[in-house]
Design a protein around this ligand. Structure first.
Ligand SMILES: C[S@@+](CC[C@H](N)C(=O)[O-])C[C@H]1O[C@@H](n2cnc3c(N)ncnc32)[C@H](O)[C@@H]1O
Length: 523
């Protein structure tokens, strides 16, 4: 348990600054009284679902409620701390409003800190995300005296985004594409930190707040919690608004496409999707006008607040969820440090012959397999052309491009090609799908760290992975082992194994999808 202000050595403040950022080996436990203090702080700033001014803020019915719609609650299987409906909520209703004064942005932090502002002016080449990371660490450096203290104490102590993955966790991803994404994220983190180090030194940050670990914390806070604002590409930290856990957006194609194009703007950027024309309307009119909007949330200039709306109906007690955007599981891991076991937007790629990529004009990223195992339109069309003799491709190209099979006989070749390639891809992985399932069970047992256990069931391939992992954490694998207690590291390893397993399951689905189609064609 993280001990706020307890234990010996150093001041309580030093320990807070250390634990808020660095605790890797211990369970995260949020203190209820801190949460209550934070919610009172937020309510005093006008964080509520009521379209009222700060002076009119009403008292909350429960210490963990904000306004009349939501309260902070815990959802162990769906994101941990989150927000629950305290009444039945209708799609489109306003559920939370966070005034601009309560948003933490680079601008708001700079404007109240002359030193930060003057030092930042000397480093105009830093990216807006680097600036926000430095400003955040600078705020943590102030300890209890910062105005943001109640909010900062609510931030997670550590994160599981790819940038924070170690060597073995990266290797556990197994697929080149994912390992490369993780390596790139780590390198980028190191580079960003290196570039900002001089500035942090100039700000006289405490040594523990200038380390790469501290940087990772700030960077992950920004990656997983900021919301889109129009005036700063780093986004803003939105107290209470950042307690909403994620639900994948619905499968409506129009919706998904738009979200996709907006995704690169900022994490949680989906939240400004579909802004309505608000000019000249009163606050009440604006809230009514939003009843039929599609979006979850966005910053609304006219009311100077971040406003959140229910994207569907909720029953009292349900978790109210937010769509941060359309993400594959790898993207969720990269930006948010979690994945969904049933993610409708997940996808898998199989290696194709180099010439196949140039065969059609579709981008490489469009040649994938959907989560339900169906090949994407572009992948299927590409394979249909590929298995066609070169001399015939010109004459049948238009059929392939239109998404139709060229002939039943030809389609058999296409489907057999897919089955064979998915199969050989799975066969080339260092562990099988079944071995990964078994390994996950073992990791679950390790996480139950009160027991000493037998690893007899783990396959040879997974056994070496398990040994390497335990050795890295100072334990030896010899039948019965004492359980390693680096819970964070185990959790990341588990995420990596879950990720590769979900990837392999897509390929297995693809094989059975193609086999079913083949049966139909043979019959
Ligand atoms: C914006 S915060 C949401 C609130 C967060 N649970 C908290 O306690 O502060 C985003 C983080 O919540 C977690 N999260 C959100 N949705 C999740 C989900 N559906 N499943 C698992 N974790 C989720 C992830 O750790 C993610 O990085």
């Amino acid at each position: 348990m993280v001990g706020w202000g307890r234990g010996c050595g150093g001041s309580a403040m030093d320990r807070w600054q250390e634990t808020v950022v660095f605790t890797e080996s211990e369970m995260e436990v949020q203190d209820e009284s801190d949460l209550e203090t934070f919610l009172q702080w937020a309510a005093a700033l006008g964080v509520s679902d009521s379209p009222v001014t700060q002076s009119e803020v009403t008292t909350c019915p429960s210490p963990f409620c904000l306004g009349h719609s939501i309260c902070v609650s815990h959802f162990p299987d769906a994101g941990g701390r989150g927000l629950a409906a305290v009444r039945d909520i209708m799609k489109g209703q306003l559920i939370l409003r966070v005034p601009k004064e309560a948003l933490m942005t680079s601008e708001s932090l700079r404007s109240k800190d002359k030193k930060l502002s003057s030092v930042l002016c000397k480093y105009p080449t830093l990216s807006s995300t680097q600036v926000l990371a430095v400003a955040l660490l600078n705020e943590v450096n102030k300890g209890k005296v910062t105005w943001w203290y109640p909010y900062l104490k609510q931030l997670p102590r550590s994160y599981d985004i790819l940038e924070s993955f170690g060597r073995l966790e990266i290797e556990a991803l197994q697929m080149d594409e994912a390992m490369w994404t993780a390596e790139r994220a780590v390198e980028k983190g190191k580079m960003d930190w290196g570039e900002a180090s001089v500035l942090m030194h100039e700000l006289n940050l405490k040594p523990q707040l200038s380390t790469f670990k501290a940087w990772l914390w700030a960077s992950a806070t920004i990656s997983s919690r900021t919301m889109h604002i129009p005036w700063d590409s780093a986004g803003c930290l939105c107290p209470v608004g950042d307690f909403f856990n994620y639900a994948a957006p619905g499968e409506e194609p129009y919706h998904s496409e738009i979200l996709k194009t907006r995704r690169n703007m900022s994490p949680l950027c989906d939240t400004s999707f579909g802004k309505v024309q608000n000019a000249g309307k009163s606050i009440e009119e604006l809230f009514d006008a939003n009843a039929h909007r599609l979006i979850d949330a966005g910053y609304e200039e006219e009311v100077a607040a971040y406003c959140f709306y229910a994207r569907r109906n909720y029953r009292k007690g349900d978790q109210v969820l937010l769509s941060y955007g359309t993400y594959t599981n790898l993207e969720l891991l990269e930006h948010y440090g979690f994945l969904l076991h049933d993610n409708p937007n997940d996808r898998a790629f199989i290696p194709l012959e180099p010439d196949m990529y140039s065969l059609c004009s579709w981008p490489k990223e469009s040649l994938y397999i959907h989560q339900d195992g169906k090949p994407s339109f572009a992948l299927l069309a590409t394979i249909r052309l590929w298995v066609t003799p070169v001399t015939n491709r010109r004459s049948v190209g238009h059929i392939a491009y239109s998404g139709h099979q060229i002939s039943a006989e030809h389609e058999v070749t296409v489907l057999e090609w897919i089955v064979k390639n998915c199969g050989s891809f799975l066969g080339n992985c260092s562990t099988s799908l079944e071995e990964d399932e078994l390994l996950l069970e073992t990791i679950d047992k390790i996480q139950d760290y009160n027991v000493s256990m037998d690893f007899g069931d783990v396959s040879r391939a997974c056994n070496s992975e398990l040994s390497a992992f335990l050795e890295m954490n100072g334990r030896k694998l010899c039948g019965q082992v004492q359980i390693c207690r680096n819970t964070r590291s185990i959790h990341r390893w588990k995420l990596a194994v879950e990720w590769r397993l979900s990837y392999k399951r897509i390929l297995r689905e693809c094989i059975s999808h193609c086999n079913k189609r083949l049966e139909d064609l043979y019959s």
